[in-house]
Every structure is written in structure tokens, then in C-alpha cells.
Design a binder for this molecule. Structure first.
Ligand SMILES: NC(=O)c1ccc[n+]([C@@H]2O[C@H](COP(=O)([O-])OP(=O)(O)OC[C@H]3O[C@@H](n4cnc5c(N)ncnc54)[C@H](OP(=O)(O)O)[C@@H]3O)[C@@H](O)[C@H]2O)c1
Length: 310
């Protein structure tokens, strides 16, 4: 092995007791168009989830708002009774109003945080029912509600944790949780994971990633493939990837694995072929100089980025 090889641990332990493979799966796309309703082909969605688990995925990201509810239910249909080591991470506290509601100007009018304790409790109960679980491994507040005291939002999650309905608490945001929000939230609860928009082309939350790493908090980058903008044979990343015997998606995922030991990846796909390709990202070895060369090449190539306003 090259002396400057960046060694990656294929697993990460979240919250001291949930050891997961760092190449997980994001299930959001296994819903209907605009992340609304049932997937158009439920059997295909079930097939993708089962293949993911066969390939070693034991961390699956979902949310009550994907569907709403349908995404959690398709996971249950595909995988229940669950393998002992499977960690399902779901989220609550975000209202939907229709398909594509997070795409400005194209869809329904809004997504909106709702962090009232009574609502969070209801949503945890609904997720437990939809997923067929007695305890959710990692439950994330999907988006902090600025209209509700943070102590109330986190406090309810802590009560749910004390009641055994949630194992661990995480925080997510659009586009992400700030360091300040994380510090304030941790005054009320043991936050063991955060989920922010982050990928090889969009590192606006680099400081937050490093803060998470320093404090032993798992960092789950959403849009690890830029919501599809970083993948495919014609992508500007593809020629860079080829130099490392990789596809664009494998390069984007491998880079995230090498860039920080705190990341757990949740690439999403509706295709078994893409899933199998993405899972092979774990086999790509990159040295420190490869990582530096990739940074230069990516900066030059300027892949497309998309992020909502904070
Ligand atoms: N916390 C939050 O607020 C938040 C927000 C957004 C998303 N998320 C989570 O993050 C996960 C990932 O986000 P995402 O799925 O939108 O984006 P992503 O993982 O960055 O990209 C997924 C897109 O890439 C395509 N793709 C995947 N592998 C490919 C491959 N090998 N070759 C070509 N195309 C490929 C998929 O299309 P195909 O289906 O055709 O493969 C899909 O359109 C979601 O599933 C969700 O769980 C969280």
C-alpha cells in the first residue's frame, strides 16, 4: 500500500453503540414523483432496498415527509422483519404541501418546519407504526422550527428517547445545521448525528463537518451525488474519475469517505445497476496526493451545485 494512502474505516459507530457501514442508502427517491405518494413501481423499489441490504447496507435514511409516510412503509414492506444490525434513520418536523414543494416555482407552495412538541410526538408514533419498529435507531429533527423554542423541540425528543421510542437523536436542515444551532441543541440533548447538504462540489458546510468530526458526531451529507447533478458518463467529474478507474458517482462517494472519517453516506437511487456501482466506491483507494489532485481538477471542472437559501 502507498505510504500516503488515506486509510478509510469502512464502518462508523454512531452514538457509541450503532456501528454501521459508512456506505448506506438514501431511500427518498423510492416514493412517487416529487417525493409524493407511493413509488410508481413498488416492486422495483422493494427490489432496490433488498439488494442494498444484500450488498451490506445497514444504514437507511428516510423521513416521515417522504410520501408523506409512503417511504417508511415501502421500507417496511421490503425489509421487515429487519436484520438485527439494520439502522433506520428517520426524521420528523417538516410539513409538506404537495409534490416538488421544495423546488421553488415548480411545485406546491411550501415545505415548512413544524417543531411543536405535540406534533413531534405524533410523528414519532407514526414513524414507529409505518416502519414497524418499537424503537427508532436514529431520529432526526428534520428542520429546526424557528417559531418554537429549541428547548421544547429537543426536550420532546429527549422524553421520547427516555421512553425508549428513540435510541439516538440527530439534527438535519435545509440546507443544513449550523455550528451555532448544533451547540445550542446539544445543550438540551445528546445530538449524535447531523445531516447537511454537502458533496465534492459543494463544501459550504466544511466547518460544520470538521466541528462534527472533532466532537464525535456523525456527519451525514445529503445530496452526496448532488441530487444526480454529479453523476452519469457525461458529467464533468467522469474524466477525473476515469483516472482512478472509477465512475463519476464512485469518485464522488469515495472522495467523501476519504475526506473525513465522520461521514456516513446515503446516496439515493431507484436503479439496482446504479446501486451496485455506487457500493463499489468502497474499493477505491486514494492517496493524499490523489485527494489533492482531485480537488484541483474538481475546482477547474466546476460541477453544477444546487443549494437552497439558508
Ligand atoms: N436531511 C434532508 O433535509 C435531506 C434532503 C434531501 C435528501 N436527503 C436524503 O439524502 C439522500 C440522498 O439525496 P438524493 O437521493 O436526493 O441525491 P443523491 O444521492 O445526491 O443523488 C441521487 C440521484 O443520483 C442518481 N444516481 C445515483 N447513483 C447513480 C449512478 N451510479 N449513476 C447515475 N445516476 C445515479 C439517482 O438517479 P437513479 O434513480 O436513476 O439512479 C438520483 O437521481 C436522500 O435519499 C434522502 O434520504 C435528506
Amino acid at each position: 500500500m502507498n505510504a500516503l494512502q488515506v486509510e478509510i474505516n469502512p464502518r462508523l459507530t454512531i452514538g457509541g453503540d450503532l456501528t454501521v457501514n459508512r456506505l448506506g442508502f438514501g431511500a427518498m427517491h423510492l416514493t412517487g414523483p416529487g417525493m409524493w405518494g407511493d413509488p410508481l413501481d413498488p416492486q422495483a423499489a422493494i427490489g432496490v432496498l433488498r439488494r442494498a441490504v444484500e450488498l451490506g447496507v445497514n444504514f437507511i435514511d428516510t423521513a416521515d415527509s417522504y410520501g408523506p409516510g409512503n417511504n417508511e412503509r415501502i421500507i417496511r414492506r421490503a425489509l421487515h422483519p429487519y436484520p438485527d444490525d439494520l439502522v433506520i434513520c428517520t426524521k420528523g418536523g417538516l410539513l409538506r404541501s404537495g409534490p416538488k414543494d421544495w423546488i421553488h416555482g415548480e411545485g406546491a407552495p411550501y415545505i415548512m418546519p413544524l417543531g411543536r412538541p405535540e406534533y413531534l410526538r405524533q410523528q414519532v408514533e407514526m414513524s414507529l407504526r409505518n416502519l414497524g419498529l418499537e424503537c427508532i435507531g436514529l431520529y432526526q429533527l428534520h428542520s429546526i422550527d424557528p417559531a418554537v423554542p429549541l428547548a421544547d423541540q429537543m426536550g420532546e425528543l429527549v422524553r421520547l428517547q427516555e421512553q425508549g421510542k428513540i435510541r439516538h437523536i440527530g439534527l438535519s436542515g435545509q440546507p443544513g445545521v449550523t455550528i451555532d444551532e448544533l451547540i445550542r441543541a446539544r445543550a438540551h440533548a445528546n445530538v449524535v448525528a447531523i445531516e447537511n447538504l454537502y458533496n465534492i462540489a459543494d463544501r459550504a458546510d466544511e466547518d460544520t463537518l470538521r466541528h462534527a468530526e472533532e466532537h464525535d458526531i456523525a456527519f451525514i451529507p445529503w445530496f452526496p451525488l448532488g441530487h444526480g447533478g454529479l453523476v452519469g458518463p457525461d458529467n464533468v467529474l467522469a474524466p477525473i474519475a476515469r483516472q482512478y478507474g472509477a465512475t463519476a458517482s464512485q469518485l464522488a462517494l469515495s472522495w467523501l469517505l476519504h475526506h473525513s472519517p465522520a461521514t456516513v453516506l446515503i446516496p439515493g437511487t431507484t436503479s439496482i445497476e446504479h446501486l451496485e456501482q455506487n457500493m463499489r466506491a468502497i474499493d477505491i483507494e486514494l492517496s493524499e496526493s490523489d485527494m489533492a489532485d482531485i480537488d484541483v481538477a474538481v475546482n477547474r471542472a466546476k460541477p453544477p451545485v444546487w443549494r437552497p437559501e439558508r
